[in-house]
Design a protein around this ligand. Sequence first.
Ligand code: ADP
Ligand code: ZN
Length: 213
Amino acid sequence: MRLVFLGLAGAGKGTQAKTLSEKLGVAFISSGDMFRHHLAQGTELGKLAKGYMDKGEMVPDEVTIRMILDRINQGDCQKGFILDGFPRTLNQAKALERALGDAPVDRVLYIKVGEEELVRRLAGRISCRTCGTPYAQQMLADDAKQCPRCGGELYQRADDQPEVVRRRLQVQWPEVQGLADFYGRQRKLVEIDGERPVEQVEEELVKAIDRVG
Ligand code: ADP
Ligand code: ZN
């Protein structure tokens, strides 16, 4: 099972992709988490990525593609994977297609949420420094300091500040449209209304992949 999650920042990709990967027993690959990991470790890639991430811009395709394709080549991806945040450009989608060859992406799950709701969600978003899981403020106790999933430290991502959020949405919007067209033409796209409760979105996703195969 090879799945791609598509959607703007704050649509709920990360939350859903992570849960679904655990349910399916396939690898979970988040480009954003990988960049943040490099950033925390102070690697060359992390230093390069930081300049873009801080501004809400995309990291250049070349480095992003190399990072993700290396990851997909690892053993745990043999049984399948879920991609969250990649591809984010048409160029990335084409590179992925070439790399996968005759074991292509099965489904692309496009979680749609209106801009107003996205800005609202991102402003109140808290993330786990260790596992990357995002939480809505109201999901956590007021004094929560630890991730309910792994016990890691909770923090607000620097790029969840309002100005950077606006820039991220502005940058991502045309790309997401292009990718939806691309995968729509391949008949792989499933659109899901992401403004409903988490459990309902989860149900829709499970239905969408039941039809795979
Ligand atoms: P969000 O979806 O909430 O914007 P992510 O955690 O997926 O957040 O990504 C954070 C940042 O990492 C992006 O703003 C961008 O700078 C970089 N990034 C993540 N994925 C990609 C990608 N596929 N291509 C280029 N840059 C990316
Ligand atoms: Zn965690």
